[in-house]
Design a protein around this ligand. Sequence first.
Ligand SMILES: Cc1ncc(C[n+]2csc(CCOP(=O)(O)OP(=O)(O)O)c2C)c(N)n1
Ligand SMILES: [Mg+2]
Length: 338
Amino acid sequence: MPPSSNTEVLAREAATQLEVEQLPNDQLKKMYRMMVLIRRIEESLLKAAEEGKIGGAMHTAIGHEANAVGTAYALRKGDYVTCTYRGHHHGLAWGMDPGRAVAEVLGRSDGFAKGKGGSMHFVAPEHGMMGSNGIVGAQVPHAAGLALASWIRGQDRVAITFFGDGANFQGVLHETFNMAQKMKLPVIFYCENNRYSEMTPISRTSSVEELYLFPRAYGMETMQIDGNDVEVVYTAIKKAAERARAGEGPTYIEGLTYRLAGHMSGDLETYRTKEEIDYHRQHEPLVVLRQKLLDRGVEEDAIKQIEEETEQQVAEVVEFAENSPWPDVAEAYTDVYK
Ligand SMILES: Cc1ncc(C[n+]2csc(CCOP(=O)(O)OP(=O)(O)O)c2C)c(N)n1
Ligand SMILES: [Mg+2]
């Protein structure tokens, strides 16, 4: 049993029962490789932040990986994504080069924004990654704008935006839900419900914890899914994208997940117990997919090989980023809006 009422809803009890698409083992192995890559990169970033190598706050998506990888595989090249300050998992899943991605977070010149954006302005439009945001909720209307542009131009590009359970209560989201639904915009609203807004559990901030119920008030199609199972995420996003491309409008997806690391680097985590975190480790994205691979006949050795190769890759990625030069001071005022 979970140790507190904050976390009673484990992802496997999600409200929407989908007919989950079983993906081929080769694809699942690629997804697992990507999820391990994201996990190890974010662990390295957390360590770098704790060693004082990163300016500003560092938020990871450790425990959220399946939401990103399932989505990136279900959508197409040319689609758009916007996200929160935790969006490294989305950028990497959408194809950002890992070395340049880490260089960006470390503020180095080989980064995607030449080291000037960092984690909070993590962006790579060439990959459809239209930016992470430090302002809670800001990325949500951005995605609706991208979807509107796609519609005006007669393209069939879909925009997806990721936000947290806390962001769900920002006014701008509700304005966006209403407008997107009325205009039937090709946008997917994806709430990564990790049960906490900074240090405050959702049970203390909302009388209604089933977040997927809110956008129904605007007439929107909604789902509540297991955000820790990559095949479930993949299936849900495919469905939502088909609706969007068919002109049927937005879908709101609540992906139940859990943040295994602190809210940000240096978080003392006095607001939750170790037992609570351990409880959620039983059903975290890497554990779920690793078990799936074993159940479908993939050898343990093949899985270990993926893990070892990825660790080696991450060591090289971090070395590349740490050796990348700092941006030139003379460039401080280029590429910025004022
Ligand atoms: C408009 C605004 N208000 C407050 C903050 C401070 N803040 C940063 S992260 C955060 C928690 C957001 O929680 P949630 O939406 O659940 O996302 P999570 O961090 O759990 O992924 C808050 C309140 C902010 N960055 N922007
Ligand atoms: Mg949250």
